[in-house]
Design a protein around this ligand. Structure first.
Ligand code: NAD
Length: 265
């Protein structure tokens, strides 16, 4: 499979170059960065301190999509929304890890059906198991158990709560057969009043180089269940995304999640 990487000079982009180069089933097809980026023209190997690959960072999106069987996109929502149009034009599969989409952007993503799209707020296997466990626990534990989702990420992260925290909230809401937007409290500040029964609360911590910690808490008057996942480093997301990219080769067009890739939907 020929894999192209958009946003290739970003933190995840560079990780993805390493993962693709290390995977014998994958071949690097090219990488893009924003026009005007200081990295345009640099060899993709140079980005990670490795040997030259003969492929340069490009701002020609169409060329890279045309050369690739599948594109991996960990960029920003506006860029991803533009990339899905180019992918549809060239029938290139896409693996999307970008987070921070607005609801209308997410609806547009869900409607894409001309090519294979795998979209996940988190590509780690452990987090996808956590999503399943959260849904199950929320279905078993009634509203006497308050659900709180706590996440911590590195100081550079620009969106909050994290896409993974929101996905965990969605899984919990699904387990309770409610709609997350109807029951979520995303921020608390000042005189908030007592906690509404049945709400799903979020708390966000930012600092240092934390790759991604998530805890889902079920708190009753008499006991507390906590399900926690901690990412050791970002390579866990990159290897999951490359696994998803290789999986697209055997799929028919449609919108898929990482749980489809791992076979536990
Ligand atoms: P980053 O800022 O280091 O990298 C983003 C890169 O995209 C930058 O190099 C930027 O120049 C580039 N970019 C922006 N617009 C572009 C465009 N139009 N064309 C080409 N390149 C463009 O950020 P990061 O830490 O690598 O994270 C990127 C995204 O991935 C974030 O939304 C983050 O939350 C998400 N993320 C998801 C997972 C997951 O498992 N799904 C894991 C980690 C990070």
């Amino acid at each position: 499979m020929k894999i192209g990487i958009v946003g290739v000079a970003g933190r995840m982009g560079r990780m993805l170059v390493s993962e693709v180069l290390a995977n014998p089933a994958a071949e690097l097809a090219g990488g893009t960065e924003l026009s005007g980026s200081e990295n345009i023209g640099a060899d993709l190997g140079q980005l990670i301190g490795a040997a030259d690959t003969g492929l340069a960072v490009s701002d020609n999106v169409e060329n890279v999509f045309n050369a690739a069987d599948v594109i991996i996109d960990f960029t920003v929502p506006s860029a991803t929304m533009s990339h899905i149009k180019t992918a549809a034009k060239f029938k290139t599969a896409m693996v999307i890890g970008t987070t921070g989409f607005q609801p209308e952007q997410l609806s547009e993503l869900h409607r894409c059906g001309d090519n294979v799209i795998v979209h996940a707020a988190n590509f780690s296997v452990g987090v996808n198991v956590l999503l399943g466990l959260t849904e199950q626990a929320a279905a078993i534990l009634n509203q006497d158990y308050d659900i709180e989702i706590v996440e911590m990420h590195h100081r550079h992260k620009v969106d909050a709560p994290s896409g993974t925290a929101l996905a965990l909230g969605d899984a919990a809401a699904h387990g309770r057969i409610v709609v997350l937007d109807d029951v979520s409290t995303r921020v608390r500040d000042g005189i908030t009043g007592p906690r509404p029964k049945g709400n799903i609360g979020f708390a966000t911590l930012r600092g240092g180089g934390v790759a991604g910690d998530h805890t889902v808490m079920f708190a009753s008057e008499t006991e507390r269940l906590e399900l926690t996942h901690k990412a050791g480093d970002r390579s866990v997301f990159a290897s999951g995304a490359v696994r998803a990219a290789l999986w697209t080769g055997s799929q028919t067009p449609g919108y898929y999640s990482m749980r489809d890739v791992l076979g536990f939907t």
